[in-house]
Design a protein around this ligand. Structure first.
Ligand SMILES: Nc1ncnc2c1ncn2[C@@H]1O[C@H](COP(=O)(O)OP(=O)(O)OP(=O)(O)O)[C@@H](O)[C@H]1O
Length: 519
């Protein structure tokens, strides 16, 4: 967070997966900013949503998944703006590529899933209304109706952002959009044109993203409220997207995703063999990337590949250029994967548990390498791990993920020495460095909630030794502890009893300095 300049900003991200006839919500309304040049660690138990969260950034979700809500803004830094080979020089919402790349089957199934949600909620509302009329459990029925009404709104909203405009609507809106597309056009619209458009939109059963935005803009024009040119640009962008064929949108989106992956955001996975071709020499694999991304000739690419191999610490790089990955050890293969990633000149490097499969000494070497390269290449690093020892070693800031939500974030010091969420306490307590010889290591009891169901209250409540009645009823907001630190727990509400964090955490300072390597 050296300069406090955002490079990525996630807002209200929701990710869902279709699993047979059911829907699993893997990420639940995550909002989080990532700053240029920082290393941020995403930590949490297995299945908490760490990988899915980072996969949304480059749209690497499996085909049964989709980003149901939210935005991911990418703000290119000065390096990107000055790099002639960088694809994205202006701020951009990465969700746009995701939507464009969706298949028509995925779009259809999103529509039918939401229609079903609406139908079921409406039926339940009908039954509850009858109960209220008969004076049966009126208060609870009304609460339930309010929840179901919200569910219907959410379903409509989700459909709105994926649905294409009908041919009829496109025809109706063409004249007004033609005017809006001219310079300052939005400020010179005829009153009758505005009224006709608003009347038409009022009678639609539900509105798409485009229609909602157009409606907002037209109301502002009527009320003589100044309109931001960015709003108009967004409207025109969605209009163009809606009028292009689905195939053209998809081709464009896929092209952009190809440029985004590697060139802007590169990912290193736990198993290097998922990224390397076992049949091709490592040198060839690096040169291919250099030729594609940096448009180098074969000779230039070979020289640069050898340089990169040296940079990531491959001894006898010239000789080993021709070896296939099978001839390398696990640690060396991971170094090659890092070299491939660097060959794309990324601005952001996602490391998804890159050291988990390696033994401790090699792990420390790879962490040191990432740290050193981060400085040299001015990278922003997003590091996924469930190992808090690794976090202590590498991260400037930490986001703790539980059941698809960020439940605490802060600087590494905030999280290690001033954690406020009982889940973070539990994660820290299970650090091997805090164990006593001969005693069982602390482990968090119970299991995370099923992501198929709506989660009532705080998802951690059933496993939380400090849970209060409210934790089972109402989801806690993110309380701000300091400008750099927040935690989503009712314990931070001034009305909550004062709780002492677990005693074993007082030994953390010592344990963390032992865990640090290469410092
Ligand atoms: N393609 C998919 N279909 C259905 N569910 C999925 C899919 N991918 C991920 N999930 C679910 O989303 C949730 C979050 O998974 P994710 O892989 O992000 O966890 P994680 O925190 O990275 O765990 P790990 O440390 O084990 O990798 C899990 O419940 C997982 O089962």
């Amino acid at each position: 967070m050296e300069n406090n300049r955002k490079i990525l900003s996630l807002k209200d991200i929701v990710v869902k997966f279709r699993v047979r006839s059911k829907m699993l919500t893997s990420i639940r309304n995550i909002s989080f900013d990532i700053y240029d040049g920082e290393t941020v660690a995403i930590v949490g138990e297995s299945g908490s949503g760490k990988s899915v969260l980072t996969k949304t950034l480059t749209n690497m979700l499996e085909s049964n998944g989709y980003i149901a809500n939210g935005s991911i803004m990418y703000y290119p830094n000065e390096d990107s703006k000055n790099d002639p080979k960088t694809a994205f020089k202006d701020e951009i919402n990465l969700i746009k590529f995701h939507k464009g790349a969706l298949t028509s089957e995925a779009r259809k199934s999103i529509k039918s899933y939401n229609n079903l949600r609406i139908k079921e909620a409406k039926t339940k509302i009908g039954i509850l209304t009858k109960q209220i009329e008969m004076n049966i459990d009126a208060i609870n029925s009304q609460i339930e109706i309010d929840n179901l009404t919200r569910e219907i709104e959410n379903a409509y909203q989700e459909m709105a952002s994926f649905n294409r405009l009908s041919r009829r609507t496109r025809k109706k809106m063409r004249p007004i959009m033609k005017e809006i597309a001219t310079p300052e056009g939005v400020n010179f619209l005829e009153k009758t044109m505005i009224e006709n458009a608003l009347d038409y939109l009022k009678n639609e059963e539900y509105l798409t993203e485009f229609e909602i935005l157009l409606q907002e803009i037209l109301h502002k024009v009527n009320d003589k409220i100044a309109i931001d040119s960015q709003e108009v640009n967004l409207l025109l962008e969605i209009w163009t997207f809606q009028n292009q064929s689905a195939l053209k949108n998809k081709t464009q989106a896929n092209k952009n995703l190809k440029k985004l992956r590697g060139g802007t955001i590169a990912t290193i996975f736990q198993d290097p063999m998922t990224s390397l071709n076992p049949l091709l020499s490592v040198g060839y694999q690096i040169t291919e990337v250099l030729r594609a991304h940096q448009k180098m000739s074969f000779i230039e690419a070979k020289q640069e590949a050898i340089e990169l191999m040296k940079k990531v610490g491959i001894p006898n790089a010239e000789k080993r250029f021709k070896d296939i990955p099978g001839k390398y050890s696990g640690g060396m293969r991971q170094r090659i994967v890092i070299a491939v990633a660097l060959a794309c000149k990324p601005k952001i490097l996602i490391c998804d548990e890159p050291t988990t499969a390696l033994d401790v000494t090699i792990q420390a070497q790879i962490l040191d390498l990432i740290k050193q390269l981060k400085k040299e290449y001015n990278l922003t690093v997003i590091f996924i791990t469930h190992d808090l020892g690794v976090v202590a070693n590498i991260a400037d800031r930490v986001a703790v993920v539980y059941a698809g939500q960020i439940i605490e974030y802060g600087t590494t010091n905030d999280i290690f020495f001033d954690a406020r969420h009982p889940y973070t306490w539990a994660l820290l307590s299970s650090l091997p460095q805090l164990g006593n010889k001969g005693e069982d290591l602390y482990s968090i009891s119970g299991t995370p909630p099923s992501l198929f169901n709506e989660i009532k209250g705080d998802p951690f409540a059933p496993r939380n030794d400090f849970a209060m009645a409210i934790d089972y009823e109402l989801e806690p907001p993110m309380f701000e502890v300091s400008p750099s630190h927040g935690a989503k727990t009712w314990l931070l509400d001034p009305r909550s009893p004062k709780i002492e964090k677990p005693k074993q955490l007082s030994r953390l300072r010592e344990a963390v300095s032992e865990a640090k390597v290469g410092e």
